[in-house]
Design a protein around this ligand. Sequence first.
Ligand code: PMP
Ligand code: GLU
Length: 403
Amino acid sequence: MSLSERAKKIKPSPTLAITAKFKAMKAEGIDVVGFGAGEPDFDTPDHIKEAAIKAIKDGMTKYTPVGGIPELKKAIVEKFKRDNNLEYTVDQILVSPGAKFSLYLAMQVLLQKGDVIIIPAPYWVSYSDQALLADAEFRLIHTTEKTGFKITPEDLEKTISEVKSNGLNPKVFLLNSPSNPTGAAYEAEELKEIGKILVKHGLWVISDEIYEFLVYDGYKHHSIVALVPELKERAIVINGVSKTYSMTGWRIGYAAGPVDVIKAMTNIQSQSTSNPTSISQAAALAALTGPQNCVEEMRKEFDKRRTYIVDRLDSIDGISCFKPKGAFYVFPNVSGLFGKKYGDKVINSATDFAEYLLEEAKVAVVPGAGFGNDNYVRMSYATSMEEIKRGLDRIEEAVKKLS
Ligand code: PMP
Ligand code: GLU
């Protein structure tokens, strides 16, 4: 087999891999508790499913315009106005098969060889590989729980200068607030500071706002593009229905940006996937225009689990857990366990610890390595309270067994 260099540099998504492993173990009859999956465990609300069933019955089963049906684009324009104080026209919107594909397209049209995308770390696993697929490089700005997993304006200035001094072009900044995996969320003032630096240096921003409604402790999400209007001509906002409406399997995400950029993204979509599924578009339209109380109901349930899981993890010797402001993940620091042993094996990284948990305790978590820091593991609390309790009992026991 002679694979291209491009294919060879791409790793499989570790978040999807751990979920697949968890499902395979379950199918074999193994009693495993899963904290891997980054998807809400709630069912898609009924009124959304009904809209999809109606679409099928009405014969909405053919190709649609590549970038989405006009009604859905209009609903997205209204959503941006209603929720984010952002004004777009329908020709500035693209609907894709998932926000992940919108992100992929954004990088394809903005980045090329010699360009760098700057990504605050820990970061969501796909950003770095998508940059590589666009022949670009990525630079991480590492953060820890000490700064709430947030970068400072000085960090950003320093990284931009470093990239320039290496003869490369710092073209794009990737912002994901609230963040997967840390749950970090930037305040409006912090976003303004970051935005000013991006404007000063002429960088683009890709703002992934997919967790905007899953926020806690009174935090309110702001889009950096609304706070720093001068950024808008060099900004792509990414969002989708997967998380807000528990619709991961329907595969609908969307992007908003300058007309020529959206047109270029649509061209690539036209030559790759074609339109997102017609039936899913009808469902997404119902999600965005229908009653919104389902969103708050899910958020409240996540909030209860968040408090519980953080308290339990923090009470385990060797583990400390930052309390996230958003999304549905915790990202506990497990480096306090490094050097400990089980049998003749030593735990030297979060990857070792995750392996130990899976083998010995039958608990699936995602090691932090894929997110840019192997002192942590990611645990999704998008699973029932019962499972969370069961899993934490097992983790507690497993840690006690280490010597
Ligand atoms: N961005 C982030 C930060 C995510 O966690 C996800 C979930 N995988 C996505 C984008 C993509 O979501 P989807 O493709 O399901 O719309
Ligand atoms: N966003 C989810 C996660 O981070 C889904 C998996 C994926 O698309 O990578 O686990």
